[in-house]
Design a protein around this ligand. Sequence first.
Ligand code: MRU
Length: 374
Amino acid sequence: MKINGKATRSIWLEPDGWSVGILDQTQLPHRVGFLRLTTCADAAHAISSMQTRGAPLIGAVAAYGVALALRDDASDENLERAYALLLATRPTAINLKWALDEMMAAVRNRPREERVAVAYQRAKEICDEDVSINEAIGRNGLTIIEEIAARKKPDERVNVLTHCNAGWLATVDWGTATAPIYMAHDKGIAIHVWVDETRPRNQGASLTAFELGQHGVPHTVIPDNTGGHLMQHGLVDMAIVGTDRVTAKGDVCNKIGTYLKALAAKDNNVPFYVALPSPTIDFTVDDGVAEIPIEQRSAEEVATITGRTKDGRTETVTIVPEGSGVANYGFDVTPARLVTGLITERGIVAPSRDALERAFADHASRRRSSEAAE
Ligand SMILES: CSC[C@@H](O)[C@@H](O)C(=O)COP(=O)(O)O
């Protein structure tokens, strides 16, 4: 998608042909900053510090992290070390493990002298596949928006609520939840997005609002606790969120607060859709609430807030009394029963074991047999 009118992906190979460029998302929306990753440790740090983030994108960065590690040392020992270092960066999004397993499968049985080239090739494919998957998600999700638009009066717009950032900044391009929105907007459908600010890190307010604004999509940032009120007043036609992991029976893990929006949507008969690429499905996990590891991040993210001062400086201030306890759960799980449909690259899939198995039988058997081999 575009930044200041220039087509940009969230990750790229630098002109030197080996180092990896990413946007420094901790500087958005006030500054468009770039980072050059030259080692596996750089990639791991970028993921754990959330300079780069979003389930598909951390998988892509980790894939290049393996390539960078092998460039330094293509031994089995270093490959294992890189895998372990990158896997430990963040626990919840399964795309990270998926991408690392893909890299392992690609290079493990290759001679050392071939490993670097093979790793760069597979990392590039993972990025390109992400883009084409998201385009397909966009096309499939667009049909839902078109159906809603067809029921609207000529002066009415389609109101979509989203949480966190499942936009192009969270993927290589297009985004998952945002792909149908961008396509609807590009087609001339009057669409407006309610953007949950998404405390504590404000991915909605700082990233989703930024990218929608850059693409000219009308949007309004709302405090996280506003969605229920909007739904009660008929101001939300549908919700679309992304996800970090979908279980075999269709439970959806996503940014903390997603569950509350799904509950409010159910109570108000607002369709609640989840957009995801197939690498986000974890067929080895069944009950999302019981089984998905939920990342807990630092208290500081909750106790402070960072923003731009009137004179253009970035400043972080404390908003919690000294001595108060703080909890920072990064994600929650929305049970399948609250989800209207899963927007995937293979169509709209019901959030159920049968439907997921039918749509992704190839993935299901592959994931289970690789898990059994471990
Ligand atoms: C297409 S991105 C899907 C999810 O990764 C996204 O909704 C989300 O929760 C991101 O969380 P983050 O903690 O910013 O990495």
